[in-house]
Design a binder for this molecule. Structure first.
Ligand SMILES: [Zn+2]
Length: 297
């Protein structure tokens, strides 16, 4: 193969992938919030505890950090959100229901939303096992929530998610406003509530994150992260945009970080028309007022 042929083939493959993804992602062109709302801010907690650390067979020190999230961090962070009157969404692996049931009871009693985050933080390749994992995770969470689970943060198959009653996902940074995502066949639309890594606590505070080498260690000054997050929020506020903060209780549950988050929320509240819904509340607003419509091809 000549160099030219190989470049052309790579270009064609890229173009094909870009076209496919463009068709899969359908923006909501007339996106509006409820009357009197300028921006929605979702605080989303990935209640992973040590599950992912175990799957990756990470050393004991990393797993202990996860355990802190389940035993201490989650309580602290929920206390702060409750004091601020802000409802959050907990993306929770099914197994957490067995490990930290009291924390989940407390979250539900305070009006927070539970949503799926896989059975044990993985999506099995075998379709039958994937189905079993999702079914089991949703049933476990519904046992605590007492209401249907309608959201996920996962790469579960869209058709399967819809079959199980899941109407929104928060698992991509492919856009900055909520949008509809279709599967590769152009079917099974799911509302995506996009996050961004710039608003993900692990990017700033989690050393040894996902097997990163020593030179990628990070424990940033909370004041510096406060400024970055405030700037990101303010920029979206001016444009009537959206902010989805992705927090891990084992990361953000540390005292100085909980304090920083509280300062951030207090400052957000100084501006008018800031809405702090759960993901389910925001999803219901969008599905009612901006339902999916098949775009002409
Ligand atoms: Zn996770």
């Amino acid at each position: 193969m000549t160099i030219q042929t190989s470049i052309t083939e790579r270009h064609d493959a890229l173009l094909k992938a870009a076209t496919l993804h463009q068709h899969r992602r359908q923006p909501i062109t007339d996106f509006t919030y409820p009357e009197g709302v300028k921006i929605a801010v979702n605080f989303t907690l990935d209640f992973d505890a040590m599950l992912l650390r175990r799957l990756l067979n990470e050393p004991w020190g990393q797993r202990a950090k996860g355990e802190f999230g389940g035993r201490v961090g989650i309580w602290r962070i929920l206390d702060m959100f409750d004091a601020q009157g802000v409802k959050v969404t907990l993306f929770t692996p099914g197994r957490i229901c067995e490990l930290y049931p009291e924390a989940l009871k407390r979250a539900v009693a305070a009006g927070h939303e539970l949503a799926d985050h896989m059975w044990q933080h993985e999506v099995p390749e075998d379709p039958a096992i994937e189905d079993a994992h999702l079914t089991r995770a949703i049933a476990a969470l519904e046992g605590f929530a007492g209401t249907p689970i309608i959201g996920t943060r996962s790469s579960h198959t869209p058709r399967l998610l819809r079959e199980k009653g899941i109407v929104y996902n928060s698992f991509t940074s492919a856009d900055y406003l909520p949008f509809y995502e279709l599967d590769a066949a152009g079917e099974n639309p799911i509302l995506q509530l996009p996050f961004h890594y710039a608003l993900d606590d692990a990017m700033y505070f989690s050393f040894g994150w996902l097997d990163t080498p020593n030179d990628a260690q990070r424990i940033m000054d909370v004041d510096e992260v406060f400024e970055i997050w405030w700037a990101a929020f303010e920029q979206q506020y001016r444009r009537g945009g959206y902010a989805n903060f992705l927090l891990h209780p084992f990361v953000s549950g540390r005292a100085m970080r909980v304090d920083m988050l509280e300062r951030l929320i207090r400052r957000m509240k100084t501006l008018p028309d800031v809405w702090f819904p759960t993901c389910a509340e925001l999803a219901r607003h969008i599905l009612t007022n901006h339902p999916y419509q098949k775009a002409p091809r």
